[in-house]
Design a protein around this ligand. Structure first.
Ligand SMILES: [Mg+2]
Length: 359
């Protein structure tokens, strides 16, 4: 048998299970004073039937039922996910400790002995309803926290990804799609420090398109831009080692950082740059030296030292490039470390120095 009392949404719903009409009546009298909503069952089967229709906040459960022991019924209820958290208070005349222990072992939250004491029963019910309510609030708070955490992690991932893209954009030259000057500065410093520790050589090539102003004047700036982009992409693709880096140094000037590459290796790369650009055969009718676009290259190699700032390597390559221009363009000139040291004191002595030239 099951029945629900006055519907009251705000009141906690309690299922009372007892086969003794007198006990039932006492329990209901106590509970009605507190305006609980109540459902009643007189055996295990009707209790289960009632639980199909109502989900109580608490169950008062007699231990001795005609069809099943209250302990067994409680064990069953605890296996149902929708009821496993519902507090069960056993009501029984069996007040020996071993029965109470059995009740807790079955999943009971509490134990009251008959005859029922009104104040004690209501106090225990209040207590377990409050504990249950706090547990529910904690679960909700935990769920919200987990959701907030997931959202935060997702946002963090997006921010990290955006930062990565931004970092990439900050280091890329928009026109040629190779590294820009900032990229060059950062990488040169990094490699300088690394190779100084490892006592390995560092080479730098600065190359510049010959008669580029005349090219722009003759073919227009869009053609000039396209020429820069073609050359940049061609050189970028001929650099095979992961550490090698091509950057646009400024205007029509490019820089190639070659970590752990000695003078011979750098000259070999410069040769390939010259060859590949010749292979592009970009027409340049305003060039005084060739019907096609050519480049001049200044190369410098050194062993990074504490006493030698990276700027000296750039200065030396730049002076070599100046010489290559002066000596007729479309050629590569290399500076060794001995030259670099000599020049560090007096950059203006460049023209007097003997430099190794390659064509
Ligand atoms: Mg009974």
């Amino acid at each position: 048998m099951s029945l629900a009392s006055l519907p009251n949404q705000a009141s906690p719903n309690i299922l009372v299970v007892d086969d003794n009409p007198e006990n039932l009546s006492v329990a209901l009298t106590f509970l009605s004073a507190k305006q609980f909503e109540m459902a009643v069952a007189t055996d295990g089967a009707s209790a289960l039937e009632s639980l199909q229709m109502v989900t109580p906040q608490l169950i008062l459960l007699d231990v001795m039922l005609p069809d099943i022991s209250g302990f067994e019924l409680c064990k069953q209820l605890k296996t149902d996910p929708s009821l496993s958290e519902t507090p069960v208070i056993f009501m029984t005349a069996l007040d020996e400790p071993k029965y109470k222990v059995q009740g807790f072992a079955a999943g009971g939250a509490d134990y009251v002995t008959k005859p029922l004491e009104r104040l004690e029963l209501l106090a225990r019910i209040d207590n377990h309803l409050r504990i249950r309510q706090q547990a529910t609030m904690l679960q909700t708070a935990n769920r919200l926290l987990k959701q907030a955490n997931q959202t935060l992690q997702l946002r963090n991932r997006t921010v990290t990804e955006n930062n990565r893209k931004l970092q990439q954009l900050v280091h890329i030259d928009g026109l040629t799609q190779v590294g820009n000057r900032r990229c060059f500065d950062e990488r040169l410093n990094q490699e300088w420090l690394r190779l100084r520790r490892e006592r390995r050589p560092l080479s730098l090539i600065l190359f510049d398109i010959d008669y580029f102003k005349a090219y722009n004047d003759r073919y227009g700036h869009p053609a000039g831009d396209s020429c820069l982009a073609q050359i940049a992409q061609t050189v970028k693709h001929l650099l095979k080692r992961p550490g090698d880096l091509l950057t646009r140094y400024g205007g029509e000037e490019f820089a190639v950082i070659l970590p752990n590459v000695d003078a011979a290796g750098a000259l070999h790369v410069a040769d390939r740059i010259q060859t590949e650009i010749a292979r592009l055969a970009i027409h340049h009718e305003s060039s005084s030296i060739s019907p096609y676009v050519t480049v001049s290259q200044g190369i410098s190699t050194c062993m990074p030292l504490v006493s030698l700032p990276p700027a000296k390597l750039i200065q030396s390559a730049d002076q070599a490039l100046y010489l290559a221009k002066q000596q007729g363009r479309n050629q590569s000139i290399h500076r060794s470390q001995a030259n670099l040291d000599n020049y560090s004191a007096s950059p203006s002595s460049v023209k007097a120095d003997q430099s190794e030239g390659l064509e």
